[in-house]
Design a protein around this ligand. Structure first.
Ligand code: DGJ
Length: 494
């Protein structure tokens, strides 16, 4: 920068000097000729001055361009430095890992029975996966013997195993479904909030979806994102008052917590519903501590619209937003929260119209907003989509399926899971943890967690938007790994 400025000053002073020198000569030379042709001297003077000023300003322009590029290069070098440092740290997580599982053979069909009853449709793999008695189900819900256990130590320490039972520091399975994570700068800890579904699964009536009575919102704390200590139920359900939003017969899903720097309160937003999902509202609770207790405030329909799956996002400037699936889950809405985060403002935008998306998880990198969503198929997994936007209020573009590796079946089912949150990793720009739920509809308390590395970079698959022939968005990639851990270097930034 300084060198560019000195080049600029040097060019400017040198050209000024030559300019005045040439002017003197031209004035001397014209004195003689003036006697014959006065007017031409004026022309020469003016022409010389204008061409000289053209040269001066061209050189000034060149100097400015040099200056600009040197600033850009400096910024680039700084970025590359971070990027390369981080590339080498995360390289192995960005390797494509194939998964070849052998599906148990389908049941043999008796040809006489086929004659009698006619041909029956073979059950779809996904139906077998959802059937608790099937071998396919057992493949993806391995029992406690393979549990991730932070109290054990050994070679498996710090490894995430998507789909395995994950124990807390007391040796109990973590109950934080449909959850999200808050990093609290005051206590320098991560807090994982989620649905406690540690009760029996049942259907309120034969056509109803599987459910567990509301127990409340659990909270777990950790410094390393792998060893989680149970901080208890920080927002309990209501056992007696049947009119209360949190009565055990109702629905409390997808709780998310953000910290309000002005009020110094921890604010929780969640999906509040009745057993038939017709109330379709959001609920709000607050606490002075990340570990609660949270006081439940109220529920409402944002701007009068249905609100089912939802999330909240706190931006770098402290503004926060509510995203929710609305109008029978056909579209999403986004609305800024008030400064205290306890309500929504009047502004609202409808996004991803007619896309039928739910389970939104929003994140940001270098001024661009990203979101992962799922399709709407109850507890059954489906294909994830990544979306991006320049402004959080939209328009939002769809980039394609972010799942990489595994196999086709895995990629079309989000590795048999559904998005719930995307956590940025401090010190590793462009690296995130994708958090998802592998729901077990017949025994919801035994639903598993699928955490995988998520990266932003490269060209998107099916972007609608092009700039000079190139897609204008980067690809969002979630890499399948049977087992993985955070890079060692990550700890230095926590
Ligand atoms: C899908 C949603 O994402 C879940 O949170 C839950 O509401 C189930 N539907 C219920 O079927």
């Amino acid at each position: 920068m300084i060198s560019s400025i000195s080049i600029f000053i040097w060019i400017k002073s040198t050209t000024d000097y030559y300019c005045s020198f040439l002017m003197k000569i031209s004035k001397g030379g014209t004195k003689m000729r003036n006697k014959q042709r006065k007017s031409s001297s004026l022309n020469f003077d003016a022409g010389c001055r204008s061409s000289l000023s053209f040269i001066v300003w061209s050189l000034v322009g060149v100097a400015l361009v040099v200056c600009f590029f040197s600033i850009v290069r400096q910024a680039d070098t700084r970025q590359n430095h971070i990027y390369f440092r981080h590339l080498s740290a995360t390289r192995e997580l960005e390797e494509i890992e194939e998964e070849h599982f052998r599906m148990p053979p389908p049941h043999k069909v008796n040809p006489r029975a086929v004659k009698r009853r006619g041909p029956r449709k073979a059950p779809k793999v996904i139906d077998q996966y959802l059937d608790e008695s099937s071998a396919i189900h057992a493949l993806f819900f391995p029992d406690e013997r393979t549990a991730v256990n932070p109290t054990k130590g050994g070679n498996d320490s710090m490894y995430f195993y998507p789909g395995r039972v994950w124990l807390d520091t007391d040796g109990h399975a973590i109950q934080a479904h449909g959850g999200g994570i808050l990093y609290d700068h005051i206590t320098a800890k991560y807090y994982w909030y989620g649905e406690n579904k540690d009760g029996p699964t049942y259907q309120a009536h034969p056509k109803a979806t599987h459910r567990v009575d509301i127990i409340g919102v659990s909270c777990y704390s950790s410094k390393d994102l792998w060893t989680w200590t149970n901080e208890g139920v920080v927002l309990p359900g209501e056992p007696n008052n049947a009119n209360h939003d949190l009565h055990k017969s109702k629905v409390l899903e997808r709780p998310k917590v953000i910290y309000n720097d002005r009020s110094r309160q921890y604010v929780m937003w969640m999906h509040i519903d009745d057993a038939n999902y017709t109330k379709a509202s959001v609920g709000v609770a607050v606490s002075n501590s990340p570990t609660g207790p949270f006081s439940y405030l109220y529920s409402f329909r944002p701007h009068g619209f249905e609100s089912r799956d939802m999330t909240i996002f706190k931006d770098d400037d402290g503004s926060a937003y509510l995203f929710y699936s609305s109008r029978d889950n056909t579209e999403l809405h986004v609305s800024p929260l008030t400064k205290d985060y306890l309500n929504i403002t009047v502004a609202m935008r409808r996004i991803l119209l007619r896309r039928h998306r739910e389970a939104p998880a929003v994140f940001k990198l270098q001024g661009t907003y990203y979101m992962i969503t799922s399709g709407c198929s109850g507890w059954a997994p489906n294909r994830a989509l990544a979306h991006a936007a320049e402004s959080i209020m939209g328009p939002w573009e769809t980039l394609g399926n972010p799942c990489v590796g595994g196999n086709r079946f895995f990629r079309l089912t989000t590795f048999l899971s559904q998005s719930t949150f995307v956590l940025p990793l401090p010190g590793l720009p462009g690296t995130f943890i994708f958090m998802a739920d592998r729901w077990n509809p017949s025994d919801l308390r035994d639903s598993r967690y699928v955490w995988l590395p998520l990266f932003i970079g490269g060209l998107a698959d099916e972007p609608l938007d092009y700039s000079f022939g190139f897609p204008s968005w980067s690809r969002v990639s979630i890499y399948w790994h049977r087992k993985w851990r955070l890079p060692e270097s990550w700890k230095r930034y926590t």
